[in-house]
Write a protein that binds this ligand. Structure first.
Ligand SMILES: Cc1cc2nc3c(=O)[nH]c(=O)nc-3n(C[C@H](O)[C@H](O)[C@H](O)COP(=O)(O)O)c2cc1C
Length: 318
């Protein structure tokens, strides 16, 4: 049996606020999750994020039907206020990933399987396989901005989103989350399509399409030319997206984009999110960023006299 994560090993009794949260029937010890694509490709690294990092849940790397190598190097660079990546969805494929998922599932924390495909049928096949492997939920990647026909290609069309979510819902019993891109005219409209097709939660946002050019050599810096920005630079775009989605849907929202501190997470929660995901924050604050952010959320809530997360979800909207 793997030990349960101790929320705050150094300060057991001082913090009072209740930061547990339930999303689509999935219980989290705290509202922080690992975002897809960061240390999420092996079972051991997912376990580390839970046990050493203190994440309330983890999302795996996006997995497809077949193994995929992704784009060439350089595929990720650091910017002043964020990261620019064009990984191109490298992954081992669903057959090989089953054993990794089983390792991650040895923990007590929920494991959410991110999947990508180019048709509703393939998404459904992947979701069923992930359910068989034991995933607690699936997250549909409808938002990667730099992987040809995948991701944003489908996630920007409400009819395709509705078709994919509907087909996946018909294929599995576990909750279905849809991860959306902010690069659409009306993200609330897309989120509504998710809800009306039976989706259980919306995740927003994925990276924002961008590029850099190296003046000395007159060439794009990334091998793939364009990539996606993550980290602090995109937090205001993420907050705006969550705020607009919360105005359109009743299903839970998971905020992602630029969370590195408890106050970043609080901003998302006040905009309408029930939980946050952290990706680039692992790079900025280390693997225990989840524990740090959880502690900072609790400290803020205690200072302001909020007893539970429910007291602050969406209060900036009122
Ligand atoms: C290196 C890298 C790889 C990523 N891979 C995926 C992926 O496979 N699937 C996905 O849905 N999002 C992927 N993302 C996007 C993140 O999950 C997240 O939505 C985005 O980085 C914004 O959050 P952050 O600012 O906390 O990093 C990736 C991001 C980075 C930086």
């Amino acid at each position: 049996m793997v030990e349960t994560f101790n929320r705050f090993p150094q300060s057991p009794d001082v913090l009072m606020a209740d930061i547990k949260i339930e999303i689509a029937g999935i219980r989290l010890e705290n509202p922080t999750m690992l975002a897809s694509g960061i240390l999420g490709q092996t079972g051991q690294s997912l376990l580390r994020i839970i046990h050493e990092g203190g994440a309330g849940a983890v999302v795996t790397k996006s997995i497809g039907l077949e193994p995929r190598t992704g784009h060439g190097n350089p595929c990720a660079i650091e910017l002043k206020n964020g990261l620019l990546n064009a990984m191109g969805l490298p992954n081992p494929g669903i057959d090989a990933f089953g054993s990794e998922l089983k390792i991650a599932l040895k923990s007590n924390a929920p494991v959410i399987a991110s999947i990508f495909a180019d048709t509703g049928e393939k998404f459904s096949t992947l979701a069923s396989r992930m359910e068989e492997h034991g995933a607690h939920a699936v997250e549909l990647n409808l938002s990667c901005p730099h992987a040809e026909k995948y991701g944003l290609d489908m996630g920007s069309d409400p009819l395709k989103v509705s078709d994919i979510v509907g087909q996946v819902k018909d294929s599995v019993k576990i909750p279905v989350f849809a991860k959306l891109s902010p690069m659409v005219p009306d993200i609330g409209h897309i989120a509504l399509a998710v809800q009306e097709a039976g989706g259980d939660a919306v995740v927003a946002i994925n990276t924002i399409k961008a590029m850099r050019i190296e003046p000395e050599i007159g060439m794009p810096v990334l091998k793939n030319n364009v990539g996606g920005i993550s980290g602090p630079a995109i937090k205001p775009a993420g907050i705006r997206a969550v705020y607009e989605i919360a105005g359109k849907v009743d299903i839970p929202i998971i905020g992602v984009g630029g969370v590195t501190t408890g106050l970043d997470a609080i901003e998302y929660i006040m905009a309408g999110a029930s939980a946050v995901q952290i990706g680039s924050g692992v790079h900025y604050r280390g693997i225990d960023v989840f524990q740090k952010v959880s502690q900072e959320i609790s400290e803020f809530m205690d200072r302001k006299g909020y007893a539970s997360l429910q007291d602050i979800i969406g209060i900036a909207r009122d």
